[in-house]
Design a protein around this ligand. Structure first.
Ligand code: ADP
Ligand code: MG
Length: 297
């Protein structure tokens, strides 16, 4: 019997039954019970003593209700609650950053016009400022759904652009990107910068997981009808199986300087694009992340 009860719940289960006998009164509890196919069902149970002659407890009756769906819904609500708080915070901070940023940008532009000798530096400054602007607008879009510009673009091109952006950093860490793609162009309707952000976040994680360098395989291919699959396979530290469900949770990070926002943003963007993301991982061997996205015909 105790094998059928989740190991973490066995003690609580026993205690409840014990107190039923000790106090001679009904008890309620929630525990996980094993389905014959091996997964756990969440039970909400009511246990009642059945008294025989002389008021002794002869039997116990346990009535259980499957509340797995309710639990899932509760978890989902909690997650979206957390998400909306993160979004609000991020949007607030981003807004505050944008004001001084506008001033700085204005003066750099002025400076550029007056001192043509340092044009290389001013251009660099301006492009970095633009990056900060992009990041802050990304954060703002987390807070409130902005009007995003959906355009037709080729996924292969987007991936190549992203890899270019990261290749200096990869070189420094002895990491090679191996990009392979099926022939055809992969057109989809998307917000380019957002999808780039997804690829960037995933590749960054892959690189950060590979202390000793190695290869990251990126592959683009056709999936099921009207769908394509982008996969990222790294040779990094991997993720223990029990932690996989936590990926994409806000603030979930195992890194000292991590934010735990990277994958959360990925999940949000992929969802906006009607796609899905899955993880497979082996500790010390590497991680495979697959993103499925709908194509335009
Ligand atoms: P951050 O990178 O700031 O920690 P993320 O949301 O990007 O936040 O990632 C969350 C956590 O997921 C990371 O801290 C790491 O533990 C794990 N993770 C994500 N991608 C990988 C990967 N490719 N290999 C190993 N662990 C990963
Ligand atoms: Mg990250």
């Amino acid at each position: 019997m105790s094998k059928l009860i989740h190991p973490d719940d066995v003690d609580m289960f026993k205690n409840t039954i014990k107190s039923l006998f000790e106090n001679n009164e009904s008890q309620s509890m929630e525990f996980r019970f094993k389905h014959k196919e091996g997964f756990w069902i969440e039970f909400e149970s009511h246990c009642m003593p059945v008294r025989g002659e002389k008021n002794y407890i002869e039997n116990t009756v346990i009535i259980s209700r499957d509340i797995s769906e309710r639990k899932k819904a509760e978890e989902f609500l909690l997650q979206s609650e957390k998400l909306s708080i993160v979004g609000e915070l991020a949007a607030g901070v981003a807004h505050e950053i944008r004001n001084p940023l506008t001033t700085i940008k204005g003066f750099v532009q002025l400076f550029k016009r007056e001192d043509t000798n340092s044009i290389v530096f001013t251009d660099l400054l301006l492009s970095e400022l633009e990056r900060i602007e992009n990041i802050t607008s990304g954060l703002l879009s987390l807070g409130k759904p902005q009007a995003v510009q959906m355009n037709r673009s080729d996924l292969g091109e987007l991936i190549e652009n992203t890899l270019e952006l990261l290749s200096p950093q990869a070189n420094m860490n002895d990491i090679q990107f191996k990009f392979s793609s099926a022939e055809s162009p992969f057109f989809m309707i998307c917000e380019k910068n957002q999808l780039k952000q997804v690829f960037l976040n995933i590749l960054k994680n892959a690189m950060e997981a590979m202390d000793e360098g190695g290869d990251i395989q990126i592959n683009l291919r056709k999936g099921a009808e009207g769908e394509c699959i982008v996969s990222f396979q790294d040779q990094g530290c991997g993720i223990p199986e029990e932690l996989l469900p936590r990926l994409g949770e806000p603030f979930y990070t195992l890194k000292e300087k991590g934010t735990g926002l990277g994958l959360m943003i990925c999940h949000k963007i992929i969802k906006q694009h009607h796609g899905s993301i899955t993880y497979q991982s082996k500790v010390k061997e590497g991680t495979l992340i697959e993103i499925r996205l709908p194509l335009v015909s």
